[in-house]
Design a protein around this ligand. Structure first.
Ligand code: MN
Length: 337
């Protein structure tokens, strides 16, 4: 009997150990020691920043991820519309993602060499690396309160300097300028206060000594043509988002036998389909196939509306709506959340 309970205890603890290690996100290991960035960033700041602050964002992201049952969803994809997923998701997804990037672009003996392609892009837009640094310093010093300064690749393949508040980032739809981040500067006081106290400018002067431009160069190359850049581009297509919302709030209830939303809103639905057809299609999506699909969507939405107005059977409405939903997802991609 004793032996059996021991076996059970072992089995139970194995399950717990497994669920603990099955956490979706783990605190990334620093590729250098806590004191490696001295004297520019001190060891104590690095240790607290990484092992306490970043760890807390990681833990809290795992918690909210489990609560919301996001499972295998993609972090970056969910971050696109972080605010509507609640403050816990918005703050902790950003906190996790932003710091992960920050550690990567810092290094002892940081390389000051840019790849030719990245250097050409910097010079074309900012004339020199030094003037880019000035703009980034300005963005970082003028960010009121806590936040981040960024160098990003925008959906048109250009570079942009921007900043965000708190743990927001340029992937999120709340950002003033959106794009794929390739360089991040943390301007929360926890990033510099122990060594620099209130002198944010001194911290910003020192950070260039440990900022690795070869890493930023690789981030630049990876960002151009990345799936994330396309996701941001599509997320900025407002008419598509509006139609998607309308589809979700009518089709999904109908699937569950509730036809009230589609019957009440079918006219509005047609209006959303018209606006979608008149919208400016983002460059990467402007193909004959997408154009044809948008026309099919309008036709299908009109047919659903017609069925509703002539009081067709629910089954007939659902059948046409299901077909329309399939057509819509040629453009939208699979609806996972
Ligand atoms: Mn921080």
């Amino acid at each position: 009997m004793k032996q059996l309970s021991l076996v059970l205890l072992l089995a139970v603890s194995a399950v717990f150990a497994q669920s603990a290690s099955a956490q979706k996100f783990a605190l990334p290991k620093l590729p250098y020691a806590y004191n490696a960035l001295e004297p520019y960033i001190d060891a104590q700041t690095m240790e607290i920043h990484h092992s306490k602050h970043h760890q807390a964002y990681t833990n809290n992201l795992n918690k909210v991820w489990a609560e919301k049952e996001y499972g295998d969803f993609d972090l970056e994809e969910l971050m696109l519309q972080a605010p509507r997923r609640g403050d816990a998701f918005r703050n902790n997804s950003g906190g996790f993602y932003n710091h992960s990037l920050f550690w990567e672009i810092l290094a002892p003996n940081a390389s000051q060499t840019l790849t030719p392609a990245f250097e050409a892009a910097v010079k074309a837009q900012y004339t020199s690396v030094d003037s880019l640094k000035k703009l980034l310093t300005q963005a970082a010093s003028s960010r009121f309160g806590s936040g981040w300064a960024w160098l990003i690749v925008t959906v048109d393949g250009k570079l942009a300097v921007t900043s965000t508040a708190n743990q927001d980032n340029p992937i999120m739809d709340v950002a003033e300028v959106r794009g794929v981040p390739i360089l991040a500067i943390d301007v929360w006081e926890h990033a510099y206060y122990l060594k620099y106290q209130n002198k944010r400018a001194d911290y910003l002067g020192a950070i260039w000594k440990v900022l690795d431009w070869s890493v930023v160069s690789s981030k630049y190359a990876a960002a151009l043509g990345s799936p994330l850049l396309k996701m941001i581009e599509k997320d900025g297509w407002k008419e598509l988002n509006a139609y998607h919302k309308m589809m979700a709030s009518t089709f999904h209830p109908a699937e569950d036998g509730d036809f009230k939303p589609i019957k009440e809103r079918s006219k509005e639905f047609v209006e959303a389909a018209r606006l979608l057809n008149m919208s400016i299609i983002p460059k990467s999506f402007n193909t004959p196939e997408v154009k044809k699909t948008l026309a099919d969507i309008l036709k299908g939405t009109e047919e659903v509306h017609k069925l509703v107005t002539k009081k067709a059977k629910d089954a007939a409405i659902l059948e046409r709506l299901t077909k329309l939903h399939d057509t819509f997802h040629i453009v939208q991609g699979l609806c996972k959340h």
